[in-house]
Ligand binder design. Structure first.
Ligand code: KG4
Ligand code: ZN
Length: 349
């Protein structure tokens, strides 16, 4: 069975083709991605209307590219999966509308996918796929969550951020330091030359018993320290502040992930979402997990941030798990309607 996956929830248009037979692990035939980061950089963040318009421009050429690379004709697509939410309403509508139209034209069903389920299951496309059950640390631009994952579709929320997401903490701190958008990778690069203990920054909720996160206070602390550096800070001071900020975020993420593993008694950790690409986080989690005999799994680096492959993969795994029959798609096809869910808790999907 060949599934086309379409992702358009934020500022990346992603299209991919995944194939599976029976219960065998689905494999990626081709994927293509267009990041709008350069377009939004001038505004210091994602401009929703511009994002929607750019998705419209990109989605068809990217689909053609994927089919060509895979050597597959569009008539061979068995199902079109798309990100239904959470995300920007207008951006989601582009992917949903495209999927509905393509499904209709081909006489094939469509399948709505939860964006975070895509991130969560993306490591199954890697060379070292995890096994169920596991603890998942989901760290993206909009979400920071710890989940207990029993099986496909069985997700229990253990803890989440009560304010900013980890990615947002990276992005907002980077903006304060005068770095471009998206701030995470830029801040990580600057941090390479800095001392992580140069500035004492808060690690909110780290030593409270629960598994919730709070990152909003961190950006205020970064702002205060940045002001103290004066109007023309020395490059080394900026690197030190970047390294200290990254260390504060990473400390909390590592600490809470270990607490979640202790609490659940599970010995497997999956890390997914854009912040999972952070080298310092990977190094620190690697050490902490090795010390506790915990196996750690990541998606391929190129599939850490938003992409269509994870959407096609989540659809394939839901089908394999029997969570959606052809019926759901047939109903959608019959109604010729589509809807998006900009806010959609993962536990309910
Ligand atoms: O999962 P993702 O691509 O999009 C959302 O679903 O939000 O995550 C984007 C987030 C942004 O906040 C970005 O700054 C962050 O992931 N990010 C990183 C790195 N690469 C991406 N943060 C820290 N270090 C990185 N290397
Ligand atoms: Zn994402």
């Amino acid at each position: 069975m060949k599934i086309l996956g379409v992702e358009s929830s934020c500022d990346e248009t992603g299209v991919a083709l995944v194939e599976f037979a029976g219960r065998a692990m689905p494999r990626l035939l081709a994927h293509a991605l267009h990041s709008q980061a350069d377009m939004h950089e001038a505004y210091g963040g994602v401009v929703p209307e511009l994002a929607s318009r750019d998705h419209i421009r990109r989605v068809i050429p990217l689909t053609r590219q994927v089919l060509e690379e895979a050597g597959v004709h569009r008539r061979e697509i068995d199902l079109v999966a798309f990100t239904q939410g959470p995300g920007l309403a207008g951006a989601l509508l582009v992917g949903a509308g495209f999927a509905a139209a393509l499904g209709q034209a081909l006489g094939r069903p469509t399948l709505p996918v939860h964006h975070l389920e895509g991130h969560l299951l993306s490591p199954f496309l890697s060379a070292d796929p995890p096994a169920f059950p596991f603890v998942a640390l989901l760290v993206s631009g909009g979400h920071t969550q710890l989940m207990r994952v029993q099986a496909v579709g069985h997700y229990e929320l253990l803890g989440e951020t009560i304010d900013d997401a980890a990615g947002e903490a990276f992005d907002k701190s980077a903006k304060l330091l005068g770095l471009g958008y998206p701030g995470g990778p830029a801040l990580a690069r600057l941090a390479e030359r800095g001392r992580p203990d140069a500035f004492a920054l808060p690690r909110p909720l780290m030593h409270q018993g629960g598994l919730d996160f709070s990152f909003a206070g961190l950006k205020t602390a970064v702002m205060t320290q940045h002001r103290k550096l004066g109007p023309a800070p020395a490059p080394q001071a900026l690197s030190d502040l970047a390294a200290s900020t990254q260390a504060a975020i990473v400390d909390v993420l590592v600490h809470k992930s270990m607490a979640a593993l202790r609490q659940t008694g599970l010995r497997r950790l999956v890390v997914a979402g854009g912040v999972g690409a952070n080298a310092e986080l990977r190094a620190r989690l690697g050490e902490a997990c090795a010390a506790r005999g915990v196996r750690i799994h990541y998606p391929e680096l190129s599939l850490c941030t938003d992409n269509g492959a994870m959407i096609a993969m989540a659809a394939a795994m839901r089908l394999q798990a029997g969570l959606v029959g052809a019926q759901a798609g047939a109903e959608a096809l019959a109604s010729r309607s589509f809807e998006v869910r900009p806010r959609w808790p993962l536990e309910t999907c």
